[in-house]
Design a protein around this ligand. Structure first.
Ligand code: F6R
Ligand code: MG
Ligand code: MG
Length: 391
């Protein structure tokens, strides 16, 4: 294994596209301490997590893994045969985060253990603080997969780019000209306030879908499925999955943003790799940034540039690409480490300037109901007796 974790294999695939081996890809992340402040992950935390995952790989629990950091979030990309929501895999991730937290405490990193909201693991990492995107899929003859990791924003930040990939013919030429995907896709949307979900077909129900997901702080895309008519993909296996954990709702108080992650499959009946990346050439406005309470542009960056600095941001997205080979993660390729995204970064920096000039005013600052915390109740209490009725 080289420094970049590149594997070279001779892989023989006797089966058709839809009939390979079932593999689960799990991307689980947590902020267990920032260095310095909320800006990056200390390398010792990544080393610690790697040791935990390496030993699970030796024991045969994991097929493969890759550990990285985006902003202050420690990212575990794992492959295995245990399916989604596996107690063993979630327990392993929890252990990696706990071990990393010990180091974070030793180094007095900022907010050590901040996303581990429970003291002990109890069967499923869901609702315990970390964010999760997992999919069990039949590995195709060629299975390109992209891990998207965002910092300083929330799950709804994926709505626009995921819609563009799977629903917008101006982004994805394949929707128009590839017979395999010409019938479109099915979007699973969650109402994260009422804890309900709905499936919507695109293109037939595009406007209904947009009516929901345009309200990105409440309606979030959880998964995208191929349609039954797609000859290259199984209809019950997602082509995209997004983490939707809302830390505020879990903890009942502000403990940091819900920096989301996603897994997206590309090519052969799904959008091409370039169609999957294309939406990020537009640095759209997302909520998060400083104190989880500001709108700002989402800047596509390489892993090396995934350090949240300016006003604790601006919000970032990194993308690592892999080919799966019987569950082996052949990669990563750092997909935004490319001059083709320089203009998007420059635009994002200009938008950051423009937004910052609003200071504490909306729409840079989020509307009251979306801010992670506010002094308004205290200010109102203090001024209560000075407020006079307007005659
Ligand atoms: C946003 C974020 C940071 C912090 C900010 C204040 O998601 O993590 O912008 O909110 O740095 O942090 P504390 O309150 O920990 O000093
Ligand atoms: Mg943090
Ligand atoms: Mg973070």
């Amino acid at each position: 294994m080289s420094e970049h974790n590149i594997y070279i294999y001779n892989v023989d695939f006797p089966l058709g596209d839809k009939m390979g081996e079932k593999i689960t890809v799990s991307l689980i992340k947590a902020d267990v301490g920032g260095w310095p402040g909320h800006s990056t992950v200390h390398p010792n935390l990544m080393e610690t997590a790697k040791k935990v995952l390496e030993s699970a790989k030796k024991d045969g629990l994991l097929i493969d893994y890759h550990v990285t950091g985006v902003g202050d979030d420690l990212q575990l990309i794992m492959t295995h045969r245990k399916g989604v929501d596996s107690e063993e895999i979630h327990g392993l991730a929890w252990k990696a985060f706990e071990e990393a937290t010990k180091i974070a405490k030793e180094l007095k990193l900022y907010g050590a253990g901040q996303d581990l909201l429970k003291d002990a693991f109890s069967g499923n990492i869901r609702g315990m603080g970390p964010g999760i995107a997992e999919m069990e899929i039949t590995e195709r003859k060629g299975e390109p997969i992209v891990a998207f990791m965002m910092d300083k924003t929330e799950p709804g930040a994926f709505n626009l780019p995921i819609f563009r990939m799977f629903g917008d013919p101006f982004n994805t030429a394949g929707l128009v000209i590839d017979p395999a995907m010409h019938d479109g896709f099915i979007f699973e949307v969650w109402d994260i306030m009422k804890h309900k979900k709905v499936l919507l077909k695109v293109p037939e129900e595009t406007y209904d879908l947009l009516a929901l997901i345009g309200a990105k702080s409440r309606y979030v895309i959880k998964r995208v499925y191929p349609k039954k008519t797609n000859p290259k993909l199984n209809e019950d296996e997602p082509v995209a999955v997004i983490s939707t954990e809302k830390l505020y709702q879990i903890a009942g108080e502000y403990v940091g943003k819900d920096d989301p992650v996603a897994l997206v499959r590309a090519q052969s009946g799904a959008p091409a790799l370039g169609e999957v990346l294309e939406p990020f050439a537009f640095p759209h406005l997302v909520s998060g940034w400083m104190r989880g309470s500001h709108n700002g542009p989402l800047m596509p960056v390489s892993i090396k540039q995934a350090h949240c600095t300016r006003f604790d941001g601006p919000p970032r997205v990194a993308a690592l690409g892999f080919q799966l080979a019987n569950g082996k993660l052949v990669g990563p390729v750092d997909l935004f480490d490319d001059p083709a995204f320089d203009e998007a970064r420059r635009t994002a920096a200009q938008i950051a300037d423009y937004m910052r000039r609003h200071g504490p005013f909306e729409p840079h600052r989020l509307p009251l109901e979306d801010m992670e915390y506010t002094t308004l109740p205290a200010v109102l209490k203090k001024l209560n007796r000075r407020f006079k009725k307007i005659e």
